[in-house]
Design a protein around this ligand. Structure first.
Ligand SMILES: NC(=O)NC(NC(N)=O)C(=O)[O-]
Ligand SMILES: [Zn+2]
Ligand SMILES: [Zn+2]
Length: 505
């Protein structure tokens, strides 16, 4: 390419992208550009900036959006290509693939007072997240069958500001029954999720390793992943746990009650399941995904070993494990309670190292709010409070603000938050800015700093239970596009909720 000259990549790889899209398609819930779906009155336009994260590079480019898809990318001096059509020039702001959050608890139907499709997806849009995958528990009933998935999809109708897919639950009731599992998978869940310890939700019981190994055999046929909450109560209690009276307001008490041995015990128990996913294994084609890894020591080492031996395993961690450390959690401040727990500063350093080295594959929010009363904020009892971090809207600025000192790049952000999650969720036409892909895009300013105080608009349901309130962050989301619809800009949402439910086919 001659210096200073632009280059346009018309419909690059469209054939591949569209062919792959046949595997999983996102049914559009409303026609694109429908009444009120977008804050922009165009169905065909260009957006441009000096920092477009696309094609493995960051630089000046213009992206052509047509009927919800990315039609072309002009890199370099793009002006000669952008003729006649409207162009939105974002100057120095970053144009990046929208974030795909594969771990969010939206809690509807049944616990809409905890979160909800409307509030949750408005928060997502304001945070630059363009696709969410909803967890099968905390709603009521849990998503464990074709019928309960249908309740989810019905509850989501006309409430979505971003696209939403669903994980189903692998529970003892369906794990050993392939036809039940197949009907759940045929109904369109993107994969399954199970717990190896009590989930805290009565109609979502834990699974043992036999359930997991058998479930994987069915999942292998569908090539969809099994997500695992990998904590298991160790067979031998540690001496520390046997210590006498411990103060339930002290964060140290909570840490002692849920040690890294819980994660380690679960990972050891998954040994055979992981082996089964290897080439020639009983469930070759299946894929195990460890959600919210916190233990950066033995559990991570065992998972690295399994990956090294050829097991199909991926790992996610969450911004709260990368932003906070146990030393900083004030006693009684149950906003920080989650499972597995936020551990010490050395653990946090190791998690960053593993993420930067590629051993941890991706990030997710694990946004899991409840009503404020269940957080027992006045009592401050860590042992009784609901566990779950409320963070949906803040994950991009939190990752960026804390990652800057480790020298993270915009391409890494796009990989952890968009490309890898798209792959996990089987979304072959999402997660990158590439011709033929959905025009799911976040525009943000990494340099803009803000104080997350009462004047900051927060869209998820209960702002006061978020551990991030009061933080100084950098990285401000300016605009969010979902399939070409400008769903959020300058603090405002589009009038209509035109996100789609994503069902696997
Ligand atoms: N029932 C839950 O939402 N649990 C969640 N709770 C956390 N992470 O503290 C989770 O994902 O394990
Ligand atoms: Zn979990
Ligand atoms: Zn969760």
């Amino acid at each position: 390419m001659a210096a200073g000259k632009g280059r346009v990549l018309p419909l690059l790889a469209v054939a591949a992208a569209l062919a792959a899209a046949l595997l999983y398609t996102a049914p559009f819930s409303k026609s694109l550009g429908g009444e009120g779906c977008s804050l922009l009155p165009h169905g065909h336009f260009w957006i441009a900036s000096q920092r477009v994260v696309a094609l493995g590079r960051v630089g000046p480019a213009a992206v052509e959006v047509k009927e919800g898809l990315i039609n072309a990318i002009a890199v370099g001096d793009y002006r000669s290509f952008v003729l006649r059509r409207p162009l939105v020039d974002y100057g120095d702001a970053v144009i990046m693939p929208g974030l795909i959050d594969v771990h969010a608890h939206l809690d509807e139907p049944g616990r809409a007072e905890w979160e909800g499709f409307s509030t949750g997806t408005r928060a997502a849009a304001a945070g630059g997240i363009t696709t969410l995958v909803d967890m099968p528990l905390n709603s009521f009933p849990s998503t464990v069958s074709e019928e309960t998935l249908k309740l989810k999809v019905d509850a989501a109708r006309d409430k979505l500001y971003v696209d939403v897919g669903f994980w189903g639950g692998l529970v003892p009731e369906n794990a050993l029954n392939p036809s039940k599992l197949e009907s759940l998978l045929n109904a369109g869940v993107l994969g399954l999720k199970s717990f190896m310890c009590p989930s805290g939700i009565n109609d979502f019981p834990m699974t043992n390793s036999t359930h997991i190994e058998e479930g994987l055999v069915t999942l292998a046929k569908y090539k969809r992943p099994l997500l695992i909450h990998a904590e298991r109560i160790p067979d031998v209690a540690s001496d520390e746990e046997l210590d006498g009276e411990l103060d339930p307001r002290s964060y140290a008490t909570y840490l002692k009650s849920r040690t890294p041995a819980w994660e380690e015990s679960a990972v050891r128990d998954l040994k055979r399941a992981m082996k089964d996913t290897e080439v020639g294994g009983r469930s070759e084609g299946a894929h195990l995904h460890i959600v919210h890894l916190s233990d950066s020591k033995t559990s991570l080492r065992l998972l690295k070993d399994a990956k090294h031996s050829g097991a199909k395993v991926t790992i996610e961690t969450c911004p709260h494990y990368l932003a906070f450390s146990a030393e900083e959690v004030p006693d009684g401040d149950t906003r920080f309670k989650c499972s597995p727990p936020i551990r010490d500063a050395a653990n946090k350093e190791n998690l960053w190292e593993a993420l930067l080295d590629g051993h941890i594959d991706m990030l997710s929010s694990d946004h899991s709010p409840s009503t404020p009363d269940l957080k027992l904020m006045e009592e401050g009892n860590f042992m009784k409070a609901w566990g779950g971090i409320s963070s949906l809207q803040f994950v991009l600025p939190v990752t960026w603000s804390h990652g800057k000192k480790y020298g993270i790049t915009l391409n890494q952000l796009a990989s952890w938050w968009s490309e890898k999650p798209a792959e996990l969720a089987g979304q072959k036409n999402k997660g990158s800015i590439l011709p033929g892909y959905h025009a799911d895009i976040v525009v943000w300013n990494p340099e803009a700093q803000f104080h997350l105080d009462d004047s900051h608009a927060v869209y998820h349901k209960h702002r006061n239970i978020s551990a991030y309130l009061g933080n100084e962050l950098s990285g401000k989301v300016l605009s969010t596009f979902v399939r070409g619809n400008l769903v959020f800009a300058e603090g405002k949402h589009a009038g209509a909720a035109c996100g789609a439910t994503i069902l696997a086919k």
